[in-house]
Ligand binder design. Sequence first.
Ligand code: HEC
Length: 95
Amino acid sequence: MKKIVLASIVALAASTALMATVNTAACAACHGKNFEKHALGKSRIVANLTHDEIEDALKGYKVGKGGSMKSIMKGQIGKYSDAEIEAFSKTIGKK
Ligand code: HEC
């Protein structure tokens, strides 16, 4: 019983929170509040990327792909599920 209640709470949180699960305040220091900067002078400007490019980049970091500073991004995004990354990627960048 306890397990079932817990599982439904987790499911509910996952479906209602979606993008709120990725804390963009943590990204702003490097990428700028609106993802308008080259993070650490290195990344592409995320605000100019498409949703698909962002999703690909973030999923790549999770599995160890990316540029020379990919390990920084692995630390930022590794804790999120693919579903969270997919939903989040649609909320930033250009359409
Ligand atoms: C400590 C600084 C730092 C923080 C914090 C940070 N990033 Fe990054 N981000 C970088 C760097 C540096 C790169 C380029 C990495 C590489 O060499 O591939 C990057 C790359 C990216 C890219 C791909 C851009 C490209 O060049 O292809 C995306 C998308 C991204 N970050 C999103 C995020 C999100 C979302 C967060 C918050 C959850 C975040 N970042 C937090 C430094 C940071």
